[in-house]
Design a binder for this molecule. Structure first.
Ligand code: AHR
Length: 681
């Protein structure tokens, strides 16, 4: 109070840091007291991570850099989906699927090109449309590979090209091989020159010689992140790297379970050369190439310095309990899980460690956490989960006693009995904004002796409208995260879901996802930037922080996710507030932490109000505060989103403070999230 009395209201006004963005009618100042002299719970370096699965064309048509859609011709048994015939200059040709396996591989299906008439001016071929186009960039080298076999009498060559959809522009082209009567793999590169980036392009394999050529496993890769063969898209990896995630929870999600037993995530069918991977149906109604398989997940963790959180298939599928695998029938899958752990962590003297080395990665990967299944409270899984969990638990702990084992039962399933005590419970939340705000206090009263929590999926995403979150959702996310940080002793790790969405029509199965993209461009949503701001400024220890007086909001004052107009004759999306907490709600959410290495005090400040909020920051227990402080702040219209066309409409702006002190005032802009670092040494 002593210091407060020395600061007059006028002086306070002068001290106010002018934030960017509009400030509406200001509220009365409130005081945030931070006790740097009373450090609280520690925040695990694993606190912020990523959750991923094949959904919304996250890998195929997304992160996995392959550009050919339906490269093994298995997407549709009846027709060569995403392929078309090329008949230039009067050439005549047909294409047809054929069951024509490539010996020694998992390739079963071929596309046969029958060039009935072709000549040097009459090109016949097959064209692939890619995942909503083939992205063409200037001065870029693309790697081409395909398997081909000629029918009796064909004496020609096959040319690979990347060209505009109308065939008028050829961006790169090269003779790629002369098929013979036996299946053979051909490889070449295509290099583009000066051009304007575009997506309305196709990939063509063609001939100017009559006859029949069959193709299998046709592949086209642009440069990948860290130049990994069979690797990931550079721009998306860079967006993910920007979040500095500590872990990757994979392979799901529902993708782990699969739509049924046959299409579970069977990790052994996702390793080795890509022609050895049979592919499978994802639960999201499209076929997964499995090009991004177990080893690629692990290499992704390696590239971004993350730890894997490996989810193990545990007998449940997304089929409403039609075929839950239990008892003796589950035993081979428990062994599969042990094999999988050995593939990840085993030395090269083990069976599966040796297999990993053969696949190209002799070095084992770190692994501390495995999760048994996914959302086993759904799909009639609850009744059998304890027995299934116990089988995995016993087998894993016997062989890998230091591994921590996560149960998919949520903290709200309080009556659930675990015969074996899990190391963590996995909570999932997809919420409205009011629920997200209320849940900022969810773990405040959680018993400190109860099983700790991994919040393995969460998002403010309700009502589920749009590809990616609008600014209003980012406010809910930020408020919720302040609560997780404050309770980092019980909620020790968390990850937003879903992570990725291809925003082309038909690309999305799940509305509201963190990062959007098309074939050429990508963008982070406001929620992405909130994640990035928080994760980049995590801090290592929580500092007690109180706000006095703490302004409150009624349910009606809570920002609502603006609704798009309903289509004619259709009902609108459900109201944004939905059922749930009725308030009153805190108007301000705060987390204060300190970083060990720098001794910086980090403040995360969320203003839910439609008005600016002067915040008198009273930092107690520090000997000095550098007058220069920096940070980031994000605000915007509640309905504002980023898109491929306007990828940076809502992004954080820099905050530069020149008058920081043990007590100073920061103006929180309306509907804003700020992260500020105060230097204390
Ligand atoms: O994140 C989308 C889905 O939501 C996940 O696959 C599933 O675990 C959850 O129900």
């Amino acid at each position: 109070m002593f210091r407060l009395t020395r600061i007059t209201v006028a002086a306070l006004a002068m001290l106010c840091v002018a934030p960017l963005g509009p400030i509406t009618h200001a509220q009365q100042p409130v005081t945030l007291t931070v006790r740097a002299d009373r450090p609280g719970v520690r925040i695990d370096p694993m606190f912020y991570g990523l959750m991923t699965e094949e959904i919304n064309f996250s890998y195929d048509g997304g992160l996995y850099a392959e550009l050919i859609r339906n490269r093994t011709f298995r997407d549709d048994a009846a027709s060569p989906a995403h392929w078309s015939v090329v008949q230039d200059g009067g050439a005549r040709a047909t294409i047809a699927l054929a069951q024509d396996p490539v010996p020694g591989t998992a390739l079963t299906t071929a596309l046969a090109l029958n060039a009935l008439s072709a000549s040097s001016t009459q090109r016949a071929g097959i064209a692939n449309e890619g995942y909503w186009g083939i992205p063409v960039k200037p001065d870029t080298t693309y790697r081409v590979s395909f398997w081909a076999k000629a029918a009796e009498g064909f004496r020609g060559t096959v040319t690979a090209s990347i060209e505009s959809n109308d065939g008028r522009m050829t961006w790169a082209s090269r003779a790629a091989g002369r098929p013979t009567g036996a299946w053979k793999k051909f490889e070449t590169t295509l290099k583009t020159g000066r051009l304007t980036p575009s997506t309305a392009n196709r990939f063509v394999l063609s001939t100017t010689t009559p006859g029949t050529v069959s193709f299998s496993m046709v592949s086209l890769f642009p440069p990948t992140y860290k130049n990994r063969p069979n690797g990931n898209r550079v721009d998306l990896m860079e967006l993910l790297a920007g979040m500095k995630p500590a872990f990757l929870r994979f392979p799901g999600g529902n993708y782990l379970e699969g739509p049924n037993y046959e299409n579970r995530f069977n990790w052994k069918a996702t390793i080795g050369p890509i022609e050895q991977r049979p592919t499978h149906m994802s639960p999201w109604r499209y076929r997964s190439s499995d090009g991004l398989g177990l080893l690629e997940f692990l290499e992704w963790t390696e590239d971004l310095h993350m730890e894997p959180i490996l989810a193990l298939y545990a007998g449940l599928h997304i089929d409403n309990g039609a075929n839950i695998i239990t008892g003796d029938a589950l035993k081979p899958h428990v062994q599969d899980a042990l094999d999988e752990i050995e593939y990840v962590t085993g030395s090269t003297s083990t069976t599966w460690g040796a297999r990993r080395a053969k696949d190209g990665h002799p070095q084992p990967f770190p692994l501390r956490y495995v999760e048994i299944g996914n959302e086993d409270w759904l799909n009639m899984g609850t009744a059998s989960y304890d027995a299934r969990f116990t089988m995995f638990y016993d087998a894993i702990k016997a062989k890998y006693p230091s591994l921590k084992i996560i149960s998919t039962m949520r903290t709200q399933d309080r009556t659930f009995v675990h015969t074996r005590k899990p190391d963590l419970l996995d909570d999932h939340f997809y919420t409205t904004i009011p629920t997200a705000l209320a849940q900022a206090h969810l773990y405040d009263e959680y018993s400190r002796s109860a099983t700790k929590v991994f919040v393995g999926e969460w998002a403010t995403n309700n009502p589920r409208v749009g590809d990616t979150p609008m600014m209003a959702f980012a406010l809910g996310d930020a408020a919720f995260l302040t609560g997780l940080e404050r309770n980092a002793d019980v909620a020790i790790m968390n990850c937003y879901a879903p992570l990725l969405v291809n925003v082309n029509p038909g690309g999305r199965q799940w509305a509201v996802n963190l990062i959007g993209y098309d074939a050429l461009n990508s963008f982070g949503s406001p929620s992405y930037y909130v994640q990035r701001m928080f994760s980049n400024n995590r801090g290592d220890v929580v500092l007690p922080a109180t706000i006095d007086p703490l302004p409150k909001l009624t349910l009606e004052q809570i920002p609502e996710a603006p609704q798009p107009a309903p289509a004619p004759g259709r009902a609108g999306a459900p109201a944004g507030r939905g059922r749930g907490p009725t308030g009153p709600f805190d108007a301000i959410y705060v987390s204060a932490t300190r970083e060990d290495s720098t001794q910086d005090v980090i403040l995360k400040l969320v203003n839910i109000q439609a008005t600016a909020q002067p915040l008198r920051i009273d930092l107690q227990g520090v000997s000095r505060v550098d007058s220069k402080a920096s940070g980031e702040m994000i605000t915007g219209e509640l309905g504002a989103i980023n898109t491929v066309a306007a990828p940076r409409k809502v992004v954080p702006t820099a905050v530069a403070i020149s008058n920081a002190a043990p007590m100073f005032v920061y103006d929180m802009p309306p509907h804003s999230v700020s992260v500020i670092r105060l230097k204390t040494r």
